[in-house]
Design a protein around this ligand. Sequence first.
Ligand SMILES: Nc1nc2c(ncn2[C@@H]2O[C@H](COP(=O)(O)OP(=O)(O)OP(=O)(O)O)[C@@H](O)[C@H]2O)c(=O)[nH]1
Ligand SMILES: [Mg+2]
Length: 451
Amino acid sequence: MERGDVASDTIAAVATPPGRGGIGIVRISGPNVPELAEAVLGKLPAARHATLSIARDRQGVPLDQGIALYYAAPHSYTGEDVLEFQGHGGIAVMQAVLAAFVDAGARLAEPGEYTRRAFFNDRLDLAQAEAVADLIDASSREAARSALRSLSGEFSRGIEAIVDALVELRALTEALLDFPEEEIDALHRDDAYRRLERVRVALADILARSRRGSLLREGIHVVIAGRPNVGKSSLLNRLAGEERAIVTPIPGTTRDLVREDIAIEGVPLHVVDTAGLRDTADEVERIGVERAWQELGRADVVIAMFEANTGVRPEDQAILARFESALPAGAARIEVFNKIDLCAEPALVGDAAAIRISAKTGAGMDRLRQALLAAAGWNPGGETVFLARERHLRALERAAAHLEAAAREAARWELFAEELRLAQEALSEITGAFTSDDLLGEIFRRFCIGK
Ligand SMILES: Nc1nc2c(ncn2[C@@H]2O[C@H](COP(=O)(O)OP(=O)(O)OP(=O)(O)O)[C@@H](O)[C@H]2O)c(=O)[nH]1
Ligand SMILES: [Mg+2]
């Protein structure tokens, strides 16, 4: 199917989640909605009028009574004729009503097929379609707000503004191509480079906001590490707000990884507590320590933990030395001194960047939370961010690389123009003006049925 093509069949699905609920909705979309409504409900309701209706099977046996809503094409979610039957939210009732529509000629919808049709009918672009799924999947209010912004087209408009500027610049460059090099005066050249620079700045801004937004989608992977008994598990429990990991005064208590998902100011964090790092003859503990190092190799942020009352000891130094090779290149590190409640002069512990806390009393936790957000690149209360997907980030990065390449092509206008074209193509993938079927399949497959 191409964008702009009209679907020939009518799809049906239960749009509400399976299970018991006050209301359950069966939704059908496609060219045969009027006939199907007549077959199952007796008549097609007036468009956009909530109409009390009875759904019946082929023999005329009543299945459910509810409200029918008809949206005439193109003024509907999919852009096609759409009928929604809001009945009683029971599994058997909903399946019976759905079966009645299928009996009458509808086909069961695939995951995301309604939104797919909306995309093909130009009701939304691809980034907006993705935002529909992201809004449904949003795990925090912050993420939901960002998804809604993308759904309303703010992200797409930002991309399109850059594409428009690129199109203009390409036209200007094509005109330059027709002249011999010596006749292109400095004025035109400067104009082209000034325009390119403006596009690059705008793109860098969207990319930065998208990178921050992608944190909201994926969450930040935080690993707590240090020698035994410094209070790693106590910190995890403090962050989680409940007793998740076992805490005892015995060094070597934690043997396995303990994972907990938390949110700070709406930003999701996947926090992992690990076994205390030391050499040990205990087989179980040794495996635990190995797992801790593996986990450290995947961290976005590492909380390196020490005891405030003892300061950085030689064992701690050895661990820090090994961090250099064990942590991923871009990982941020936060040094945390715990147990300040045991210190007479906590302010003297560690250097200026160190965070001093007590997992026992909760002192210093606010600073640690802020440090976690900052280490992750989150800018609280800052500019609006876009809940970008990995695919968007890759496309934006590709476009930025082509613009950078264009900037290097001083006065080789063919190459300059080609880089602009490639940048435009990368950006167009985001909104779907330029996409492959594989990509569409991949995107819509992850949707729920009925959306
Ligand atoms: N006074 C004080 N004691 C603490 C604090 N945090 C942890 N402790 C105590 O320190 C001991 C070790 O705490 P854990 O949280 O189990 O330490 P851990 O780093 O997870 O230890 P392992 O799992 O063995 O590596 C326990 O007795 C805790 O009660 C703190 O802030 N102040
Ligand atoms: Mg522990």
